[in-house]
Design a protein around this ligand. Structure first.
Ligand code: GLU
Length: 505
């Protein structure tokens, strides 16, 4: 009977969660979900110097956003609230006793030994090994702890030994990797790796192996940069008589030129994208297709991904990170997203920009405008910008008009053609329009129609005239349709047109 699939994601909390790691998490999560298995999270915090406590919170938050699709996560969100992992090991470091216990068992069984070699002697041996293309052969290999102690005393070696695994000198180790295929390494090329340092702290490879075993991990899915480690780790596993897990070492994510992805190429932290207004399902979809594909399908939901995901569709070559594709997907998902959700997602960015909270009534107006707003933008951030005209109060209108860009100013003051060869200044047109709108019955005719009627009456070219109104109401020529502008109400629109007249002409 096949064992139930158990995967894990084992990040080191050294900073933000970057694109490559996020993709590893996604694939490990998906493989578990696709096979009705379990997905476990383990924080690998053994490197105490690089440990950064907030990074753990970042990992929780980012995974809930990416995998769980939860919009409202913050660093303060409760660890378990909406968690997407089935089990959490909050600290690998805290399990050091258990890791030591395994090393001691290996010593007791004669599969590991105390090595007292001094640093100086080791350095010489290492240099020699490097020159000859060989490995280090410790003279302590095969000795019992007592024999080793006596030898160290006699030869003036270190009092406190490290513990080394006795890696077989002959034969080969073959790992069957779901992505890399069969990979074989001669055992004679693998050092007797250290399991415990002289101060008794476990080495990373031991911790990984023991934690994976204790968590019942069946599939180790991680970056290809760990492929060499797999051979060291598999020797520990075999020495313990445990089953070697199935490996999948994922090709690296690179920049467009195929080199290591760095901050110079793009934002590399997952959260940067959330802050730029990318929806989590768009980012999920993007990462999913970074190395994996399903025919020609571009838009793939979480549900479909779970149904279709498998390692047969992952190539060995590295995947190029292309931000433009994220934008493309985001446009798609924004259109589909629920209006209230998008308004809620924009709220934070908007309130920060306005430096005040939205009123209940304003929020309702925002939701009403949403179908038109969200269809015209690439991200929530852009959506907020597009909606700014809705939130500027009369006090700040003058400042907005004074800050108009050059192109808008040019379009705003351009005289209008009237009929065949007549002309009217933009100022006159605006003045006349204001009187017309003041006298009109807004309950009977909508804003757009009022403007058309006025324009026809005056003999303007409609497009040119409407451009003036767009700028005078929205501070920009790029605007949502007039139905959205109308949400401002008659009084605010007329007042704004008057302010424009006063400030710009
Ligand atoms: N902690 C390692 C990393 O962040 C992952 C180790 C593993 O997946 O085995 O790269």
């Amino acid at each position: 009977m096949n064992k139930k699939v158990v995967t894990r994601f084992a990040p080191s909390p050294t900073g933000y969660l970057h694109i490559g790691n996020a993709r590893t998490a996604l694939f490990a999560w998906l493989y578990a979900r696709a096979n009705g298995g379990k997905f476990k999270l383990r924080i690998e915090d053994t490197d105490r110097e690089r440990y950064y406590p907030d990074a753990v919170k970042v990992i929780y938050r980012d995974l809930k956003w990416l995998l769980g699709g939860k919009d409202d996560v913050t660093l303060e969100t409760d660890v378990e609230d909406g968690a997407v992992w089935d089990e959490l090991c909050e600290s690998q470091f805290a399990r050091a006793d258990r890791h030591r216990e395994v090393a001691e068992k290996l010593i007791a069984e004669g599969k590991a030994y105390y090595c007292h070699l001094s640093k100086e002697k080791l350095d010489v041996m290492r240099d020699e090994a490097r020159k000859n293309g060989g490995i280090i052969h410790s003279p302590y290999r095969g000795l019992t702890p007592e024999e080793a102690r006596a030898k160290a005393e006699a030869e003036g070696d270190d009092k406190d030994p490290v513990v080394r695994l006795m890696v077989p000198n002959e034969g080969t180790m073959t790992l069957n990797d779901m992505v890399q295929g069969e990979v074989t390494v001669d055992n004679a090329r693998v050092d007797d790796l250290v399991l415990l340092r002289a101060n008794g702290t476990p080495i990373y490879h031991l911790s990984v192996v023991v934690d994976d075993y204790d968590a019942g991990v069946t599939h180790v899915i991680r970056g290809a940069d760990h492929l060499n480690n797999a051979f060291k780790q598999a020797h520990i596993i075999k020495a313990m008589g445990w089953d070697v897990p199935v490996y999948a070492h994922l090709p690296l994510v690179t920049n467009m030129k195929g080199a290591k992805l760095s901050k110079r190429d793009a934002d590399v932290a997952l959260w940067d994208y959330k802050e730029k207004g990318v929806l989590s399902e768009a980012f999920f979809n993007y990462l999913l297709r970074l190395g994996w594909s399903h025919g020609e399908d571009e838009i793939i939901s979480r549900e479909k991904a779970i149904e279709w995901f498998g390692f047969d569709a992952i190539g060995k070559s590295s995947s190029k990170f292309d931000e433009a594709n994220i934008t493309h997907l985001n446009v798609n998902y924004l259109k589909e997203a629920n209006d209230e959700r998008v308004a809620e997602l924009s709220r934070d960015i908007l309130e920060k920009k306005l430096d005040r909270e939205l009123t209940e009534a304003e929020f309702i107006t925002f939701v009403k405008a949403m179908p038109e707003l969200k269809n015209r933008v690439k991200s929530v951030v852009e959506l907020v910008d597009l909606s700014m005209f809705m939130w500027v109060d009369s006090e700040h209108e003058e400042t907005m008009f004074k800050g108009l860009d050059e192109k808008s100013v040019k379009n705003l003051v351009k005289p209008l053609k009237v009929g065949e060869d007549g002309e009217m200044s933009a100022k006159d047109a605006l003045e006349k329009c204001i009187s017309y709108l003041e006298g009109a019955d807004w309950n009977k005719t909508d804003f757009n129609q009022l403007l058309c009627d006025f324009s026809n009456e005056q003999g303007f070219k409609l497009g040119k005239f409407l451009m003036i109104i767009r700028i005078a109401v929205c501070f920009s020529g790029v605007t949502p349709p007039f139905e959205v502008m109308e949400l401002l109400g008659k009084d605010r629109i007329i007042n704004r047109l008057k302010t424009c007249l006063k400030t710009c002409f």
